[in-house]
Design a protein around this ligand. Structure first.
Ligand SMILES: Nc1ncnc2c1ncn2[C@@H]1O[C@H](COP(=O)(O)OP(=O)(O)OP(=O)(O)O)[C@@H](O)[C@H]1O
Ligand SMILES: [Mg+2]
Length: 228
């Protein structure tokens, strides 16, 4: 069943239009990579889905239109976002950050600590004092604590040390394998994306220019639109 449906989405920042027709679907249990070079509209698409900015076009989740909903209602419907820039409450502890996001479901402090042992070990530490990688794990943990049906990860490995990146990719693989949560994944590491993604959607200049099975991305498509 299609969980997220985005159809011909357009959006602007003030007078500057940046999305010109983004179309993508995520089905239940599916991992979809949202790809494209810098500035092509990936984060803006995610902000529009989460209703953090206004947009026009079709936007629905589990059959319900998201148009006009405030962002906290979108979260309640089951979309959990770990945003670009890994925002969390800096003055709260790890545990307080996680609890603040909690909604009923299988994800709780114990299962998050099992997925990210570093967070369990630092539960009483202020978020501001965490390393970048630990803050990223906390951002993912906060998204999971909402017990989402769709998890959106926007640049979850950006700028992190290789060993931390590996831990995050391992966690994503485990989510896919063990929970079947649908995931919309934005990342620059194409090789790692290839290992977990079922499908890909590629944006260029605010528009969907390619979508299909991840394995069907040709070297030409990759070179033209992704830059590898
Ligand atoms: N708050 C803003 N105000 C005005 N323009 C913005 C704003 N945020 C982004 N943009 C512009 O919108 C376009 C799309 O940006 P967006 O952040 O969605 O790209 P992206 O694909 O996520 O890029 P990256 O890979 O660098 O994260 C860019 O041209 C960017 O400069
Ligand atoms: Mg971005």
């Amino acid at each position: 069943m299609t969980l997220l449906r985005v159809e011909n989405l357009t959006a602007r920042y003030g007078v500057a239009q940046v999305l010109f027709g983004v179309t993508l679907d995520v089905a239940e249990g599916e991992v979809v990579a949202l790809m494209g070079r810098n500035g092509m509209g990936k984060t803006t698409t995610v902000k529009a889905i989460c209703r953090m900015i206004a947009s026009e076009g079709g936007l629905s989740f589990a059959g319900q239109s998201l148009n006009g909903l405030p962002s906290h209602r979108v979260a309640r419907l089951g979309i959990g976002l770990a945003p670009e820039g890994r925002r969390c409450f800096r003055d709260l502890t790890v545990e307080e950050n996680l609890i603040a996001a909690a909604q009923p479901g299988a994800w709780d402090l114990i299962s998050i600590a099992d997925l990210f042992p570093r967070l369990g070990e630092r539960s009483n530490q202020r978020a501001a004092s965490l390393s970048g990688g630990e803050q990223q794990m906390l951002a993912i943990g906060r998204a999971l604590m909402t017990n989402p049906r769709l998890l959106i990860l926007d640049e979850a490995t950006e700028g992190l040390a290789p060993i931390i990146r590996q831990e995050i990719w391992a966690a994503i693989a485990r989510l896919k394998r063990e929970t079947g949560t649908a995931i919309l994944l934005i990342d620059k590491s194409v090789r790692e994306l290839a290992q977990v993604s079922d499908r890909a959607v590629i944006l260029a200049r605010g528009e969907t220019v390619w979508s299909g099975a991840f394995a069907d991305i040709t070297p030409e498509v990759s070179e033209t639109y992704v830059g590898v």
